[in-house]
Design a protein around this ligand. Structure first.
Ligand code: EPU
Length: 431
């Protein structure tokens, strides 16, 4: 298995380009099933999650061609309504096949994705939304079975205990675009990735009003058509590189990202005192002296602070003087990176859904284990600010969501290498 070896304490310097957003690309790939015509997608990131989704689309019957890197042509002429467990289990986001299958075929059988290390990931709101669209939904043998022969639009309140749902909104919007009548969706997720999906659907001929707001009005169409669409940039990747610059007191220009996609995140960094220059399509972090200030962060649905940048800002706060409190409201158990950061010398305690971080620790390299995608990113960030060598195992989690991450980091001066676990020095393995 691959591992990363990182030599830290090197200020990063240079330009880095952000790729396409994983969490927009996944539902957008699923949306190609809504038409029998060809859909051309650009700025598709090269990630293992994309490969899983493309494999499922092919299984369902779509033709997929990659004419050049980052571009996929998908034609879903004849498709089946079944997404089996062997494929779905590899990726939770495959649940967003439900909407397009229901819409196009009026039936779906999609395996329920398994558990997830960041905590429970229920799909009750997806099911509630489908029922409100007059679908019959039955869960048996690990599958969601949907009979949508009488599907029709109607009013739906899609909020749950934590507010809106991202893939739930994607699913219900995709289910409604071909349903007779009008669907009024309240408490829709407003994440930029949901907006991107809606904009792509509009390009396919869907009628959606209120895009970007929590209230969407969808008027069902008889058919959608093919389109060409370029996927939005990955704000989480951009945020991760910004923190990489901040942690190493580097000078890093993150290009290809509109600052307005990162409002709550940039606001927290400004509060921490991080010097930044914001352009129309770039964010530059510049070096600073002294310490950044501690911050209190609460993760919330967009436009609040994103949970997918919680572990990363936690890593940064290990380097600031004072106490920071990071409260996770979306996934209260999403702190699997904390014990690993503690192994590197971070002082963090977990109190319920909050991490209390006593900053200004001198981190030192250690052998650590990545538990999920964003935890992997936090460990790499901590390694970049550490003295000595860090070995990070299970980096396949990182490959799910960061395109060529170590290569991009290397171009801005990071000392990071992808090696095999066989290369880990024997003396480290004793611990
Ligand atoms: N929820 C329910 N019932 C549901 C659906 C969600 O109670 O039916 C709860 C969840 O338990 C959670 C909250 O609602 O507490 C929000 O979950 P949401 O449905 O919005 O999450 P998701 O759609 O499964 C997407 C991203 C995640 C990201 C979350 C929150 C994709 C493919 N995944 O997940 O991304 O953390 O939204 O923004 O878009 C990541 O990229 O690392 C990642 C985990």
């Amino acid at each position: 298995m691959d591992v990363f070896k990182v030599n830290g304490n090197v200020p990063l310097k240079g330009e880095v380009h952000v790729g396409g957003a994983k969490n927009a690309a996944l539902p957008i790939l699923a949306a190609t099933l809504l038409t029998e015509e060809k859909v051309v997608l650009r700025n598709v990131p090269d990630l293992s999650d994309m490969r899983f989704m493309l494999e499922i689309l092919r299984h369902i019957g779509a033709d997929t061609i990659q004419p050049e890197p980052g571009v996929w042509e998908i034609t879903a002429k004849e498709i089946t309504h079944i997404a089996p467990y062997e494929l779905v289990r590899k990726m939770r986001a495959s649940v967003c096949l439900l909407g397009p299958l229901v819409s196009r075929l009026r039936k779906a059988e999609v395996s329920i994705p398994g558990g997830c290390v960041i905590g429970p990931r229920p799909i009750d709101l997806h099911i509630k939304g489908l029922k409100k669209l007059n679908c019959k939904v039955d869960i048996s043998n690990g599958y969601v079975h949907v009979d949508a022969s009488d599907i029709k639009g109607g009013p739906i309140f899609l909020g749950g205990r934590s507010g809106s749902t991202v893939t739930g909104t994607a699913n219900i919007v995709m289910a409604a675009v071909l349903a007779p009548g009008t669907t009024r969706l309240e408490c829709a997720a407003c994440e930029p990735e949901v907006v991107d999906l809606c904009e792509m659907l509009v390009k396919m001929g869907a009628q959606i009003e209120g895009v970007g707001s929590p209230e969407l009005t969808i008027t069902g169409r008889e058919k959608l058509h093919g389109c060409e669409y370029s996927i939005i940039s990955d704000r989480i990747e951009a945020g991760t590189f910004i923190i990489a610059g901040a942690m190493t007191r580097g000078d890093v220009n993150v290009k290809g990202i509109a600052p307005k996609l990162l409002g709550a995140f940039l606001d927290k960094l400004e509060e921490a005192g991080l010097p930044m220059e914001l352009g129309a399509d770039n964010i530059r972090v510049t070096p600073y002296k002294g310490s950044l200030k501690p911050v209190d962060v609460i993760t919330l649905p967009h436009p609040g602070y994103p949970t997918d940048l919680q572990a990363q800002i936690g890593a940064l706060m290990t380097q600031t003087e004072g106490l920071s409190i990071i409260t996770e409201r979306i996934y209260p158990h999403r702190f699997m990176h904390v014990p690993e950061l503690q192994r590197m010398g971070a002082e963090i305690s977990i109190e319920g859904p909050s991490a209390i971080i006593k900053g200004a620790s001198q981190l030192s390299g250690a052998q650590v284990m990545a538990s999920d995608l964003r935890a992997s990113a936090a460990l790499i960030l901590a390694a970049l600010a550490s003295k000595g060598e860090t070995w990070i195992q299970r980096i396949y989690h990182l490959d799910r969501g960061y395109e060529r991450f170590e290569k991009k980091l290397t171009t801005i001066g990071a000392q990071i290498e992808r090696l095999s676990d066989k290369d880990i020095p024997k003396e480290l393995l004793q611990y």
